[in-house]
Design a protein around this ligand. Structure first.
Ligand code: ARG
Ligand code: ZN
Length: 857
């Protein structure tokens, strides 16, 4: 069935109180739920109440203390006839957490029990109106064997606990009304790193990060990140925490990154555990970002939740923006911005231009799990960031204050958010609302002309058609621009151009000569820019632009421009040499510019990804893109060999620290190695081997191993074996070992992945492990896109095998095959063939069925 946004109606019943009692067992858990229900005065009256279920069997049902005879099953749902205004329902279900491989609802992971209820997992625990606009106060009793589950955690505050012999129990109460998707419980043998935080209002909050014994010394960074998040949200958004307790639990089997359950955040171990020896700098940043994200949900998500799942971006887009701004403030703001744009363009832009394109507030879905997408999350964040850019920081804060104030305790809509920003920040967002309803990445073309002392910029916008949306209206696009004087290398200030019509001309006086245009500075709008720009101008901007993002962009454009024409076969060898020389000069300038810090230098030296390059072409030829990209790498590696060696040496001299200088040094070290590896494999292999064996941290070790894994060098096998033996007991590092091989530049990747599939450490039951092997593989251009279609076949086989085990994770693998419309004809047919093979298989989950059907178009 297709669910439509326009069909929303309020639920006919309120459920003010929920009492749950869990008799916990790994293979059998008995759930007794007691609900107080009353008629919702704001809804049409209904003679029945529909309680959602998913695969549940009803053991017992009472209405007002009497066995009930007026109920019926409708599919998986339980429908009860209720005559009066107010009733008490008692519902008993029995579930088997160990058999729950979908990891939704209550499941077992490593002997402990935990829950994941967003979006619709609560209905796998008990019959309930499982929709985000039904808010209840929860009181929960948990009991179970004390030896097996010494720790019993739930939302809110612990009210009481006790025990008799082998069994013990705890009672929890959460004073804040919440929808069922924010319910959580955890039972297991856990240890905590504990600390506390005192809010500005004077509340002392106990903080715990719960992990398995043995992982405790890798929780310091998570705890520090949590305290920084709490402080930052008070300072920047005026948001204080509202309970006396905040628990975080790390779980090794988890479908996503983490979950913001009230007072009890449940995390994928990947986003909690980090130390110098086992986590890279990127992993450290990931922990900080996700800890912040989940914490910030306490206001943007929990205190104000979503009316229905079409409003998902209300909490996710806003919370992603909040976590991005937090990380910008904690670390290097320009580098964080560049990283966020790279993710957006690498993942969301392809989504927006493919068969799964949808607006940030979709109109329909079959399976809501399929809409936890880069569009809802990352584009959603960009859309709110544009409001902030248009309003300015101060006015934007007035808008968010008003939003929090006006809707606290409610299940709100995106429309509520926009209205609050309009009223609080004083913006007119009538036309801007189109960003919520129109999918597709706008293309802005711009031309610069010069006449007398005036420069004129002519803008055009065009929003491509997307599935179900053929015609689009122009949207307001805020573009930060600057016009550089060629002589002085300076500009006289930045302008914010609002492009809100299909075409627009803007004139700037005071230019004796044609200026150099720097556009979409800071990536002020999530659009693509189309302009005829000379390589000279790009070299100019790459050296002189004072906006770090624009400078990065000029470097990217230099490489993208060259690679796109090279792939198209538009260049003779003289043109190719000239282009490469210009790029090498720009690289040399970056290598030598001593005003740059290494973190930023690393960004400027980064090559555009295969995904981003493919996106620039109507029909991508993966093999050719890969070839040209590697060839450019090799050309740069040999042109700059001595500078890269010097850089590697300088950076290697710095001792380990977590500060930005040391992080930057580690980043450029591995960047240098990747260029050298393309040009001088033997030299690079020696250097990488030394970096590998001398490493005192995971960033250096993994970087070196990545380079080695791509080389056909004798050192390769030994290093991979050493890495495995060193870390075989640490699942997160074993994941890296799988990923490195699946994404390597080695010509035999397909064979490696097949062998790894049969490795004793591989399992389809653990999403991190599945993603480590197969997501890495699906992103590898030469192996996934092997000419004979074997890569496509492997992903399709995986989807079919994984679907009955973990549908949510299986469905995510449809995306890479869904690119078929944008790939050259031979591969395109093979990809489509695999999608059809999946579609024809019987018994597909709703998740995979929806993604495959949409992908076929
Ligand atoms: N709300 C979570 C977050 O973004 C994501 C949980 C999604 N879970 C799911 N099974 N779809 O922080
Ligand atoms: Zn979130």
């Amino acid at each position: 069935a297709i669910i439509r946004r326009e069909d929303y109606t309020p639920f006919p019943w309120l459920v003010p109180q929920v009492h749950l009692s869990f008799e916990l067992g790994v293979e059998q858990t008995r759930v007794t739920s007691r609900l107080t229900v009353e008629r919702n005065p704001a809804a049409d009256a209904s003679p029945t109440i529909r309680l959602n279920g998913d695969g549940l069997k009803l053991s017992e049902l009472q209405v007002d203390g009497e066995p009930c005879s007026t109920h019926a099953m409708d599919g998986d749902d339980l429908v009860v006839t209720l005559p009066g205004e107010r009733h008490e329902l008692t519902i008993v279900t029995q579930i088997d957490p160990a058999a729950n491989s979908q990891l939704m609802g209550l499941y077992a992971s490593n002997g402990m029990l935990c829950t994941q209820c967003e979006a619709e997992g609560f209905r796998r625990i008990t019959f309930f109106p499982d929709r985000p606009d039904v808010l209840s106060t929860y009181t929960v009793r948990m009991s179970g064997p004390a030896a097996q589950f010494p720790i019993l955690l739930c939302n809110g505050n612990k009210a009481d606990s006790g025990g008799d012999g082998d069994t013990h129990w705890a009672e929890w109460h959460d004073p804040w009304p919440k929808p069922a998707y924010l319910f959580a419980l955890v039972a297991g043998d856990l240890v905590a790193r504990s600390d506390s935080f005192t809010t500005t209002g004077g509340r002392t909050v106990e903080l715990n990060v719960w992990v398995r014994d043995g992982d405790l010394d890798r929780t310091e960074h998570a705890m520090e990140s949590l305290k920084r998040s709490m402080k930052w949200d008070e300072e920047v958004f005026g948001r204080e925490y509202d309970l006396d307790l905040f628990n975080i639990v790390a779980v090794s089997d988890f479908n996503m990154g983490a979950m913001e359950n009230k007072g009890l955040n449940v995390f994928n171990t990947k986003y909690v555990l980090a130390d110098q020896e086992t986590a890279t700098d990127g992993d450290f940043d990931g922990v900080e970002g996700v800890i912040g994200h989940e914490y910030f949900h306490n206001w943007s998500g929990n205190r104000i939740t979503c009316r229905d799942w079409f409003q998902l971006s209300l909490k996710e887009g806003f919370t992603v923006l909040r976590d991005q701004l937090f990380s910008q403030d904690m670390d290097s703001a320009p580098v964080k911005r560049i990283e966020d744009v790279r993710i957006l363009r690498g993942v969301q832009f392809p989504e927006d231009s493919g068969p799964l394109a949808h607006s940030i507030r979709p109109d329909s879905y079959r399976e809501i799990s399929n809409f936890y997408t880069p569009t809802i999350y990352n584009k959603g964040a960009e859309v709110i960031r544009m409001m902030r850019t248009m309003a300015g920081e101060e006015a934007f804060r007035k808008g968010t204050d008003l939003y929090f104030d006006r809707h606290d305790g409610e299940a709100a809509t995106c429309e509520d958010f926009i209205t609050a920003i309009e009223d609080g920040a004083g913006l007119d967002l009538r036309q801007f609302r189109l960003w919520y309803s129109q999918a597709g990445t706008p293309k802005v073309s711009v031309a610069v002309t010069h006449d007398g002392d005036t420069a004129a910029l002519t803008f055009k916008q065009d929003i491509p058609a997307t599935p179900g949306q053929a015609d689009k209206q122009p949207m307001p696009i805020p573009l930060r621009i600057a016009l550089f004087d060629r002589e002085s290398g300076k500009h006289d200030g930045e302008h914010l151009v609002m492009l809100d019509t299909a075409e627009k001309e803007v004139r700037f006086a005071g230019f004796a000569a044609p200026p150099v245009l720097s556009i979409n500075r800071g990536f002020s709008a999530p659009v693509t820019i189309d302009r005829a720009v000379s390589r000279d101008d790009l070299v100019f901007l790459a050296a002189k632009d004072d906006d770090p993002f624009a400078r990065y962009e000029a470097m990217q454009d230099l490489m993208v421009g060259h690679l796109v024409s090279a792939v198209a076969g538009e260049m003779d060898s003289a043109e190719r040499d000239a282009a490469r020389q210009d790029i090498a000069c720009a690289f040399a300038a970056v290598l030598e510019d001593d005003r740059l810090d290494d973190l930023m230098r690393g960004e400027l030296l980064m090559m555009p990804s295969q995904a981003y390059l493919s996106e620039q072409m109507l029909l991508a030829e993966p093999g050719r893109i890969h070839e040209e990209r590697e060839a450019l790498k090799a050309a740069l590696g040999s042109a700059l060999e001595s500078q890269l060696l010097t850089l590697h040496k300088r950076a290697s001299a710095l001792p380990f620290a977590l500060d930005q200088a040391a992080k930057g040094a580690r980043k450029v070290k591995t960047v240098a190695l990747t260029y050298l590896a393309a040009a001088k494999p033997d030299t690079a292999s020696d250097l990488a081997e030394k970096q590998y064996s001398g490493a005192d941290n995971m960033t250096d070790r993994q970087g070196a191993l990545m380079v080695l894994a791509g080389l056909q060098s004798p050192a390769r096998t030994g290093a991979l074996l050493d890495f495995y033996n060193r870390y075989r007991d640490n699942p997160l590092v074993v994941d890296k070992w799988f990923s490195l091989q699946a994404s390597s530049l080695h010509p035999q990747v397909l064979q490696h992945v097949k062998a790894l599939r049969d490795h004793p450490d591989f399992t389809l039951k653990n999403p991190n492990r599945v993603r480590a092997l197969y997501m890495a593989f699906a992103a590898s251009p030469h192996a996934f896109h092997a000419e004979d279609g074997e890569g496509y076949r492997m992903i399709a086989d995986l989807i079919l095998e994984l679907d009955p085990i973990n549908a949510q994770t299986a469905a995510r693998f449809v995306t890479p095959l869904g690119r078929w419309q944008r790939i050259e004809p031979a591969r395109s047919a093979l990809m489509r063939g695999e999608l059809e093979r999946i579609a024809e298989a019987g018994n597909l989950s709703r998740d995979t069925f929806e993604q495959v059907t949409r992908s076929l178009g």
